[in-house]
Write a protein that binds this ligand. Structure first.
Ligand code: KG4
Ligand code: ZN
Length: 340
């Protein structure tokens, strides 16, 4: 008899069609990701309707490949997990409908997973020693949250962005300097060739709230810099703009995280979400935590950006808590962290 808990997890909240099989909440038996990036690149960003259609086209193959790679068959799976929010409604609906159909047909429990909680859970794949309570920083295309992870599924939000998410700022600035979509990895690469001290962009603080973030002022400062250079016919060094912008984001993320950990007496810090794949942020946070005497955790880049492995890991902890979704499970595009 199989003594393991094997979860088939599906993720379609944005522009990645993904399926994974996760053993005992940690071991990745398979992790298949079909990325739609090349299609959305043509339009300079994610086109929601096209994303949904592509998910429908690819999802069955992605699931079949994930099962084959895991070496398991559907009857051997113990539960089917799926992201049901937050995300693009049409995209989420494809995954939710698919997961419900498979779970119902195969007689398996269904577990709806919050995408942000999935990002946080990505850290458990490679860091068995990481256990709540710890301080978490979630930085993705849609979210920027500084949180205390009190228990596997219990979160206290200390700070969040009051305007753009960190990833959104990367994407908008990349577009402004002509690097295109997806902005994060392009800025990361360009910044390696630039001088982070070339342009003193502002580090936005939110008045009266030491843990909140604001990135729209920084984005405007970059746009103003570019407009001014155009008017005065000064040459713009895109690599310097990328490096200086990136430094402004990285500095503020590190400062708030270290301050929150110190003020709450927490010595473990974990980072997650697409932007945590950023090489400068990984280096800066590693150094800041080392200097403060904190343990620092971040997933490998493949588990930072959207994937289904993280959804399977989060589902495992939900399952161990006794959580199970009903057949009425629906997509909730604006689902908040900690919400069921
Ligand atoms: O977590 P994610 O894959 O999807 C959401 O849940 O939003 O995050 C996507 C975001 C995008 O804004 C992308 O530009 C950013 O993560 N990103 C990066 C890097 N790789 C992805 N940002 C900075 N540096 C990177 N290397
Ligand atoms: Zn995500």
């Amino acid at each position: 008899m199989n003594q393991h808990t094997d979860i088939l997890a599906i993720e379609t909240s944005c522009d990645e069609t993904a399926c994974a099989v996760i053993r005992d909440g940690r071991e990745v038996l398979s992790n298949v990701i079909y990325t739609q990036i090349s299609m959305h690149t043509l339009y300079g960003g994610v086109v929601p309707e096209l994303a949904s259609r592509k998910h429908i086209e690819k999802i069955n193959t992605v699931i079949e490949n994930a099962l084959t790679e895991s070496g398991l068959t559907l009857p051997e799976i113990d539960a089917v997990a799926v992201t049901y929010g937050p995300g693009l409604v049409g995209a989420l609906l494809v995954g939710v409908a698919e997961a419900k159909s498979i779970a119902w047909a195969a007689g398996k429990p269904l577990i709806g997973v919050n995408h942000i909680e999935g990002h946080i859970a990505a850290n458990y794949i490679e860091h068995p020693e990481l256990k709540p309570p710890y301080l978490g920083l979630v930085v993705s295309g849609g979210h920027t949250h500084l949180i205390i992870v009190k228990d596997w599924a219990e979160f206290e939000i200390l700070g969040r962005t009051v305007d753009d998410a960190a990833g959104e700022a990367f994407d908008k600035v990349a577009r402004a300097i002509g690097l295109g979509y997806p902005g994060g990895p392009k800025i990361d690469a360009a910044a390696k060739e630039g001088d982070p001290l070339a342009i003193p962009f502002p580090k936005a603080k939110v008045h009266g709230s030491e843990y909140d973030f604001s990135f729209s002022g920084l984005k405007s400062a970059v746009l103003n810099y570019l407009n001014h250079a155009e008017m005065t016919k000064e040459a713009v060094n895109r690599n310097d703009v990328a490096a200086s912008f990136q430094k402004a984001v990285v500095d503020v993320l590190c400062e708030h995280t270290i301050l929150a950990a110190k003020e709450h007496g927490i010595r473990q810090v974990a980072m997650a979400g697409g932007v945590s794949a950023n090489s400068a942020l990984r280096t800066a946070m590693t150094e800041a935590c080392k200097e403060a005497g904190f343990e620092f955790y971040v997933p490998s880049p493949v588990y930072c950006t959207d994937n289904a492995a993280m959804i399977g890991v989060a589902a495992y902890h939900e399952m161990m808590n006794g959580a199970k979704s009903g057949w009425e499970l629906n997509a909730i595009p604006a689902l908040r962290l900690g919400e069921r």
